[in-house]
Design a protein around this ligand. Structure first.
Ligand SMILES: [Zn+2]
Length: 237
């Protein structure tokens, strides 16, 4: 039996330059999640689909997370054409990706997001993935730098964006991730503040049903961990 390749090319049309393009995806059948960190960073056996989530048009340099590659406003298309395409040199991004190639692809997505002044939640999502890629590479300095960018943008998303939209980041996951990232960056008091906001929401009957059980359980465990870390730090001084 012929071996099935883990990655394949899919066709799309670039919303900015209208070229027919190809981008590489991982076959869902071969994806096997082994574990996830508390900030949702996934570990896979075999090919990692995260590497392929940054989609880039080889013709014009427009790039976005695969979930919203097609949704860009007319105003933003002009910005991409004027600022990115004018300097872009045609190149291909299809085929199997290494961590470094995935990092490069995500940085082009981040550049696009900065130029079009994308939603903070979207910028945060991209920064998280860049941080995870650095985690896979065990580059703690770069990982923390991008976790911090993600944290700043998640906080802005929480205060500025409508997080009730279906299919987007919801406000409870946003609270959780802000608490988690603060903890990861050693900002324990801040972490406690955000996690307790989430835990308090769960005791409100009107909100209780909107919060996934798994999320609240993980948040409680994390909250306890941070409290213990603070107590241990106080004892040591
Ligand atoms: Zn294009």
């Amino acid at each position: 039996m012929a071996e099935i390749k883990a990655v394949y090319n899919s066709k799309s049309v670039c919303p900015v330059c209208e070229s027919d393009i190809e981008y590489t995806k991982v076959r869902s059948k071969v994806i096997r999640l082994i574990k996830q960190d508390t900030d949702f960073c996934p570990y896979y056996e075999g090919e990692n689909p995260i590497f392929y989530e940054a989609v880039i048009c080889p013709e014009c340099g427009y790039a976005a997370h695969v979930t919203n590659f097609s949704s860009i406003s007319r105003y933003d298309k002009d910005k991409v054409r004027n600022i990115i395409t004018s300097k872009w040199q045609r190149r291909s991004f299809t085929g199997q990706r290494t961590i470094d190639q995935a990092l490069e692809a995500f940085k082009i997505v981040l550049l696009n997001q900065n130029i079009i002044e994308g939603l903070k939640s979207e910028i945060a999502k991209v920064c998280m993935r860049i941080a995870w890629l650095y985690r896979y590479k065990q580059d703690k300095t770069q990982e923390n730098k991008f976790l911090n960018h993600a944290l700043i943008n998640y906080k802005k998303a929480y205060s500025q964006e409508d997080l009730t939209e279906e299919g987007k980041l919801d406000e409870y996951t946003c609270l959780y991730i802000i608490g988690e990232l603060n903890k990861r960056l050693g900002l324990y008091e801040e972490s406690i503040k955000w996690l307790s906001r989430l835990i308090m929401s769960f005791s409100d009957p009107q909100q209780k049903d909107k919060i996934p059980k798994m999320l609240i359980e993980t948040a409680r465990d994390l909250y306890q961990e941070v409290r213990d870390a603070v107590a241990a730090a106080k004892e040591a001084t």
